[in-house]
Design a protein around this ligand. Sequence first.
Ligand code: ZN
Ligand code: ZN
Length: 104
Amino acid sequence: MTNHCCEAMTSRVNVGCDQHDDSFACPDALVDFSAKFQEYGLIIHDGGTSSITIDFCPWCGRRLPESRRDRWFDELERRGIDPWEDEVPAEFQDDRWLGSLYQE
Ligand SMILES: [Zn+2]
Ligand SMILES: [Zn+2]
């Protein structure tokens, strides 16, 4: 479970709607947090899954964690996994892969 910068962000990321499983389908959801990339995005409700990546929290103004997108691809490459061709391991589908980085 990731700690977010403030309570407002935490409640926005975990909006917990019982009518929509997918936050992109839910009009109440504003922020999409990608655990595997550590990226925050403002959801664009155009029926797709687009979002605008944000660097600062709209509520508390703090700088958000650095995106790990590049590192994610580097780590997979290091293991000889092609994310487009091969099956991506379970720990790389959320933030668990970051745990192994911090232990090094
Ligand atoms: Zn909803
Ligand atoms: Zn915040």
